[in-house]
Design a protein around this ligand. Sequence first.
Ligand SMILES: [Zn+2]
Length: 218
Amino acid sequence: MARVSQTVPRVGGVLLGSSCSLCGAEGRVLCPPCAGELRPAPALAPPAGVDVCLALLAYAGAGRELVARLKYRNRRAVLPGLAAAMASLVPEPAAIDVVTWVPTTPVRRRQRGFDQSELIARAVARRLRRPCPGLLVRGPGPPQTGRGRLERRCGPVLRACRPVPPRVLLVDDVVTTGSTATAAAFALRRAGASSVTLLAAARTPRRSSAPTAGLRAS
Ligand SMILES: [Zn+2]
């Protein structure tokens, strides 16, 4: 019996995801010391084509690791908290017609089995009580990761796959150069959007700094 009573809470903890996504300490999906390492996103001008850029975390240190874990190791336990914090940045949810996301490449989606930005967008949309249709598709081309800054600046080829309502909240996991957001914003505008608000989990601290370590950004 003693074995059972020790095992159940542990299994329950795993099922509930109650261990720190960064350091593994039991208790919360983000332990207080790790949460204390997170830094707010830098206040930077929105990328071209975007009216307002709302970003939660600086894409550096613990913030970078948090997004990377969600992205590459499918650590979804942190998703609800992340989405709630992101949603709280939106000043007027009623002024948003739809929430959508910047799609990853079909290859990436197959490799990971999910689209990180779609997961975040759907969780944010649930909190804001707004619809969340997939509005954008990627044309053929390499993923942003591993491309040089000049290449990245050109952005991926994106197009809308259906008519777009006027006021769009565009969700992406990380904003680095802003080229992807710009490509997405112009694609949305060509299909009917009149305002595009970008909501990102993280943004790189300096716009001039190209991502380096691990080439994890997209
Ligand atoms: Zn921790």
